[in-house]
Design a protein around this ligand. Structure first.
Ligand SMILES: *[C@@H]1O[C@H](CO)[C@@H](O)[C@H](O)[C@H]1NC(C)=O
Ligand SMILES: *[C@@H]1O[C@H](CO)[C@@H](O)[C@H](O)[C@H]1NC(C)=O
Ligand SMILES: *[C@@H]1O[C@H](CO)[C@@H](O)[C@H](O)[C@H]1NC(C)=O
Ligand SMILES: *[C@@H]1O[C@H](CO)[C@@H](O)[C@H](O)[C@H]1NC(C)=O
Length: 801
């Protein structure tokens, strides 16, 4: 949950648990900040005919797609002055299946990045299929001039308050109270803080509309040297960001000591790097790694409805429970302009052998959502030969973090393990809830690799319930490892591969950044009754934390509920696919943050469903509630799930989980429409490749001719494919409309648009028809929405769909 919604990719699973004060002191809620300005000038043009309004002309089919993109960008930018330029980001890629090249572009002004100046351009056959653009439209300011905050600048929060009716304001207050546990620092009465410090904190703690004030600076007297400004900007951010009263008080009480204790190093690259040079700041309180700092611009809305650039320090702050990307004004007063919580990432090819002996696991098999649905069984290490060519229990020595710094006496390239440690996933116990994971316990099944462990927790007293759950850590970790690898392989086959930013230590020379397997912590001690996932940019490990649920005796272990694991992993998927693998800030808050939750629910529900239609609730087993942890089960019956697009206007729908639930329900309707039309495939897994590496069509794909893309034949598999392709096509910070249009474009590209009316029918069933509309949008998803239940005219009334 976030305050003003920012781009959190540490996304917790549950929202209902945080809506009330929890009396059990061992239940800890993760604090998370997140907000940023809404850019009214950002556009997404989702079809080629909308793109054609520019001078840009379609180029020859075989033109290098990057040249096409470049010529298009230059057409859009026109005669901008020299201070404004752009950089095509190195995480741009061509999707091998669809042949679409996704080009990601970052705006530069005076040589600094504009942190929220993004373009994503989708190119195929010399043509621009669609693009998004949030470049700063104004002229560049003078070189490195101070841009102090004038009165004309609108605080993101202020802008929000200005658009409120009295009724909405009341709801906003209620919202803040609900968020209290997370916004306010902890539940215990804080130790007294000095007066000036209290004033500083006011904007964080009591930023409701009636007490609106801009943060005061503590370091108003700070000498105007940039490096001191950097440190004081960072310290002030840490005061707001730390979940610990103790740390906040310590920073405020010993401010100068902290300032002088922090040390900066410039990170020098051996080879010229296209990325901006980072400054690394060491000894920053409450961080677990040095903070990366870069100067950048961000766009800040002004009262006259235009935008202005503000020079900021962009910080990447890795903490125990959060991984923030924050923008703080470079010059005093150091205001936090935006915060994103990443928490809810060309190798030399090596020969790829097939594992000699595969492992087996005693687990709830894929498709069994949780222990209420079936028994455990012995399942093979049924790895997919395309997705995991060396199996699940092997990785190159060079990419093994447990061997960092050790000198190896072996000439072997691959290390084979007999534990839950492999190229895609590191699964382990994390009872202490800390960051370290390499030395944590994981079961060792020995040479036979048979992960067959007992699972028979007894009913105990509450006092002994934790200890009882911990007895089955072997079974739990094995399950978590198995489920994560199954997800990795499945998602790979629908296009979440190396170049699009997936999670692997070694990338087999297939592009993208490696050294980013998922760190999957079972029975993580940092909380109860929830789960979360942190998604830093490609090349840095994702981290999944699964919790125990104290909702029943014996405790229920979230590791055994596949839907929760799938939901969490899907945060990694949607964050990496939206806006490019190196931009983790594209699903920050509001509708985009909400859809980040919704895709996880949709995929979890799709994976568990079978040929016989059924409604499903999320998290029912773990939460020990039939209706699950959302407001409604996913259902085609409007009495059972009445959500429509307009539902987002309701009280209680400011949080990303509630928004996500509406999105997942809409996707459920869309996918059921595709199933009605194309039938149902019992397995979501495509066939294994033949020996020559080609993929046979089997009964899974449509027969294909020539180089055409592989198109899943059945409704459920096609729905998953369109959802993945849509994520790649949609812009950074999409809303529901952009994500819908991207799915329709994905179908246009994959099937020639044969499901145009089927897709619209699904969207329109829940109010997201072509004339659905929102006005007075706010930074975290508020606004006034209108449903549209009609299909486009082209589909007609009784159109055959
Ligand atoms: C690991 O297994 C592969 C087969 O998958 C084999 O080629 C390699 O030699 C093994 N490595 C070691 C160190 O035993
Ligand atoms: C877990 O499995 C190991 C063997 O891999 C065994 O030695 C150990 O006793 C098991 N732990 C528990 C708690 O059952
Ligand atoms: C679906 O329902 C039919 C008829 O009741 C039954 O035979 C079949 O086993 C069911 N399929 C699944 C996967 O449960
Ligand atoms: C929808 O659900 C309601 C409430 O459970 C039920 O009364 C009604 O019959 C259902 N409608 C259909 C079409 O199944």
């Amino acid at each position: 949950m976030r305050v003003f919604a920012a781009s959190l990719a540490v996304a917790g699973l549950a929202s209902y648990a945080s809506g009330h004060r929890v009396s059990d002191p061992s239940v800890r809620q993760r604090k998370s900040l997140g907000f940023g300005p809404v850019l009214k000038h950002a556009v997404y043009r989702a079809s080629p005919y909308q793109v054609a309004t520019h001078n840009f002309k379609r180029m020859a089919e075989d033109t290098d797609p990057f040249l096409v993109a470049q010529s298009f960008i230059e057409d859009i930018l026109g005669n901008r002055n020299d201070a404004s330029s752009y950089r095509i980001r190195r995480d741009s890629y061509t999707d091998p299946n669809t042949g679409i090249t996704h080009v990601y572009v970052r705006q530069l002004i005076n040589g600094f990045e504009v942190a929220d100046g993004d373009m994503n351009i989708n190119v195929k056959d010399g043509m621009i299929l669609s693009y998004g653009n949030s470049f700063y439209p104004g002229s560049a300011p003078g070189q490195l001039t101070e841009t102090p905050l004038g009165d004309d600048l609108v605080h993101p929060h202020q802008e929000f308050c200005d658009g409120l009716t009295e009724e909405m304001e009341l709801r906003y207050d209620a919202f803040l109270q609900n968020q209290g546990e997370q916004v306010v620092m902890g539940d215990d009465s804080p130790a007294p803080v000095p007066d000036h410090a209290l004033r500083q904190l006011t904007h964080v703690h009591h930023s409701n509309c009636r007490h609106q004030q801009l943060p005061l600076t503590m370091a108003a007297q700070a000498p105007n040297t940039l490096d001191l400004d950097l440190r004081s900007a960072l310290l002030q951010f840490m005061v707001a960001a730390t979940p610990s009263d103790h740390v906040a008080n310590d920073i405020l009480g010993n401010y100068d000591a902290h300032l002088s204790n922090m040390v900066e190093y410039v990170e020098n690259h051996f080879a010229p790097s296209e990325e901006s040079t980072h400054i690394l700041v060491h000894n920053v309180p409450d961080t677990v790694n040095p903070v990366k700092a870069t100067l950048a611009y961000v766009q800040v809305p002004t009262k006259d409805d235009s935008v202005r650039l503000n020079l900021v320090w962009k910080f990447e702050v890795e903490m125990q429970d959060n991984w923030y990307e924050a923008a703080v004004s470079a010059f005093p007063p150091h205001r936090i302009v935006s915060v994103v919580d990443w928490a809810s990432d060309a190798a030399v090819p090596v020969p790829v052998p097939t594992p000699e002996k595969t492992a087996s696991y005693n687990v709830f098999a894929w498709g069994v959502n949780d222990p209420s649905e079936g028994e455990r069984s012995i399942e093979k290490e049924n790895f997919d030969a395309l997705a995991s060519p060396i199996g699940w229990h092997s990785l190159p020595y060079a990419n093994d973090p447990s061997l960092k710094g050790t000198k190896l006496a072996t000439k072997e390239v691959l290390r084979n393990t007999t534990t839950t440690w492999g190229n895609n996933v590191f699964a382990q116990e994390n009872w202490e809830g800390q960051n370290a994971y390499v030395e944590n316990y994981r079961p060792d099944a020995g040479a036979g690799k048979s992960f067959d462990y007992a699972y028979s927790p007894k009913v105990t007293d509450k006092a002994d319930a934790l200890e009882e759950a911990q007895k089955f850590i072997n079974a739990t970790v094995a399950q978590l490892f198995y489920t994560n690898n199954m997800i990795h392989d499945l998602y790979y086959r629908y296009g979440f591969d190396e170049i699009s930013g997936n999670f692997q230590q070694y990338n087999f020379g297939r592009g993208g950044a490696g050294n980013d397997a998922v760190i999957a912590n079972a029975q993580d001690g940092s909380g109860y009754n929830n789960a979360n996932f942190m998604t830093p940019p490609d090349g840095q490990n994702g981290r999944m934390r699964m919790y125990l649920w104290n909702t029943a005796l014996p405790y229920r272990d979230g590791d055994f509920e596949a839907g929760i694991v799938i939901h969490e992993y899907s945060h990694g998927l949607s964050t990496r696919l939206t806006g490019g693998p190196l931009n983790s800030g594209c699903l920050p808050f509001g509708e985009s943050g909400g859809m980040g939750e919704g895709w996880g629910d949709f995929l979890a529900t799709t994976i568990r469903s079978n040929e016989n239609y059924s409604d499903y609730a999320m998290g029912s087993w773990a939460a020990n509630r039939v209706q699950g942890i959302r407001n409604y089960p996913y259902s085609l019956n409007d009495t059972i799930n009445p959500s429509t697009y307009k539902t987002l206007d309701k009280p209680g729908y400011f949080g990303v989980h509630a928004i996500g639930e509406v999105w997942a329900e809409i996707l459920w309707h869309v996918s059921q429409g595709l199933i009605a039309k194309h039938g149902f495939s019992a397995s979501l897994y495509p066939p294994q490749p033949l020996e020559d590496g080609t993929v046979p069509e089997g009964d899974f794909y449509r027969p294909r001719s020539g180089k055409k893309a592989l198109v899943p034949k059945h409704g459920n598999t096609l729905a998953v494919q369109l959802v993945f392709n849509g994520m790649k096509l949609q812009p950074c910070r999409p809303g529901f409309f952009e994500a819908r249009d991207a799915i329709i474009l994905a179908d246009q590209q994959l099937t020639g648009g044969e499901n145009f009316c089927t897709l619209w029918k699904g969207f329109a069933a829940k109010g997201l028809g072509p004339d659905a509309n929102v006005v007075l949008r706010t930074p975290w998803g508020g606004g006034v929405r209108t449903d549209d239940f009609e299909m486009p005219l082209a589909c007609g009334e009784a159109a055959e769909i």
